[in-house]
Design a protein around this ligand. Structure first.
Ligand code: HEM
Length: 321
C-alpha cells in the first residue's frame, strides 16, 4: 500500500501522518529532543545488536564484519532520523526502501517487529528519564510513540505488498489449489502426529511384551535383557520424534535427524538380538553396515546444524570486539 504513497503525490504520505494524528507539534517536539536523544546513539546500537542477536538466526542475514558495520552505520542514521523533525516524502521513501531491502533479503517480518520492541522500550525509557517532571512529558512520549508506529507501518508495508502481489499474481485455479493444499497439509500433520503417538504406544507395548517374555522364561535371560534394552531405545527415539514434530508444528525446521535416530535405534535392537545367534552373523554384519551409513548421515546433518550455530556465535564475537 505504501508504494502508492511513494509513487503518487506528497499528499499521500500526509494521509499516513493523518491516520496516526502525527501533527506539526509532534514534529517540533521530536526535533527539540534531537540533541539529547542523539547522545544515546552508541548505547542504542549496542543494545539493539545484543537484542537482535538473541533471535538465533541473525547471523544468516548479518553475515560478516562488513555487513554488520554497514548495518550499524545505517541503523545509527535511522535512529537519528527519528528525531530529525522533517518527515517529508523523501523520509518516507527511504523507509520504504529499507523495508524493500529486508524483504529482498528474506528477513522474516517478525524480526523487524521484535526489534521494534527494543527500539520502543529504549527510546521511551530515555525520554522518560530526561523529561520527567516537565509538563509536556506525555506529549513527548506520544510523539515518539507515533513516529515509531509510523516507521513500523512503512517498514512492514513492503512485506504486506510482497505477500499480496504474490497472491494476486496467482490464477483462480492456483489460489484454489493453494488453499486446498494448505488444508490437506494441515490434516496430514494431524495424521502424522496421531501416527507418532501410536508408534510411541506400540513401543510401550513392545517393551511390555519383551518384559513378559523375560519373566515368563520364554526367552533366555541374556536375550531377554538385550531385547528389552533395544525396545527401550526405540521408545526413547519415538518420544524424540514426537518432540521434534511438536517443534515442527510450532514452525521449526523438519528434523530429519530424529527419523534417522529412530531407524538407527530399530537396527541396533535387531543387532542386539541377532548378536546372540552365531547363525545370524551375516545379518549382524549387514545391519552393522546400515547403522554405520545412517550414523554417518546423522553426523553430517548434526555437524551442519552445529556449524550454522557457530557462525552465529562467531559473528556475535565480532560484534563484541
Ligand atoms: C528496527 C529494525 C530495523 C531497522 C530500522 C533496520 C534498518 C536497516 C537499514 C537502514 C538498512 C540499510 C538499507 C539501505 O541500504 O538502504 C538495513 C539493511 C539491512 N538489514 Fe536492517 N533494520 C532493522 C532490523 C534488522 C534485523 C532484525 C536484521 C537481521 C536480523 C536486519 C538485517 C539487515 C541486513 C542484512 C541488511 C542489508 C545490509 C547490507 O548488506 O548492506 N535488519 N536495515
Amino acid at each position: 500500500m505504501f508504494n502508492e504513497f511513494t509513487q503518487s503525490s506528497e499528499s499521500n504520505h500526509s494521509i499516513l501522518k493523518k491516520h496516526y494524528r502525527f501533527t506539526g507539534e509532534d514534529e517540533a517536539l521530536l526535533l527539540d529532543m534531537k540533541p539529547r536523544m542523539d547522545d544515546f546513539v552508541e548505547e542504542f546500537i549496542e543494545g539493539f545488536y545484543e537484542f537482535i542477536w538473541m533471535f538465533g538466526n541473525t547471523a544468516e542475514f548479518l553475515k560478516d564484519k562488513d555487513v554488520i558495520e554497514r548495518h550499524q552505520n545505517k541503523i545509527s542514521l535511522w535512529y537519528k532520523s527519528l528525531f530529525s523533525g522533517k518527515y517529508d516524502i523523501s523520509y518516507f521513501t527511504k523507509l520504504y526502501r529499507i523495508g524493500e531491502i529486508h524483504v529482498r533479503l528474506g528477513l522474516p517480518t517478525h524480526y523487524v517487529n521484535a526489534a521494534f520492541n527494543y527500539v520502543r522500550v529504549f527510546t521511551l525509557g530515555r525520554v522518560y528519564k530526561l523529561y520527567t517532571g516537565q509538563p509536556d512529558l506525555t506529549e513527548r512520549l506520544e510523539a515518539v510513540e507515533k513516529v515509531l508506529d509510523i516507521n513500523l507501518d512503512v517498514l512492514t508495508s513492503s512485506y504486506r505488498e510482497e505477500e499480496m502481489s504474490r497472491f494476486l499474481s496467482l490464477s483462480k485455479v492456483e489460489k484454489l489449489l493453494l488453499r486446498l493444499l494448505k488444508k490437506i497439509s494441515g490434516y496430514f500433520n494431524y495424521l502424522l502426529s496421531g501416527a507418532l503417538v501410536l508408534v510411541a504406544f506400540f513401543s510401550i507395548g513392545l517393551f511390555s511384551y519383551d518384559v513378559y517374555l523375560l519373566f515368563s522364561r520364554q526367552a533366555p535371560i541374556e536375550q531377554g535383557i538385550l531385547t528389552i534394552l533395544g525396545s527401550l531405545l526405540i521408545l526413547w527415539a519415538a518420544i524424540e520424534l514426537i518432540q521434534e514434530e511438536m517443534n515442527h508444528l510450532r514452525g521449526g525446521k523438519f528434523a530429519l535427524e530424529a527419523f534417522i535416530a529412530l531407524a538407527i535405534a530399530a537396527l541396533i535392537r535387531k543387532i542386539l538380538i541377532f548378536s546372540l545367534s552365531p547363525a545370524k552373523t551375516m545379518d549382524v554384519l549387514l545391519y552393522g553396515v546400515l547403522v554405520l551409513c545412517l550414523g554417518m548421515s546423522y553426523r553430517l546433518i548434526v555437524n551442519k546444524a552445529e556449524s550454522d550455530k557457530k557462525t552465529g556465535s562467531a559473528n556475535r564475537g565480532l560484534l563484541e570486539l
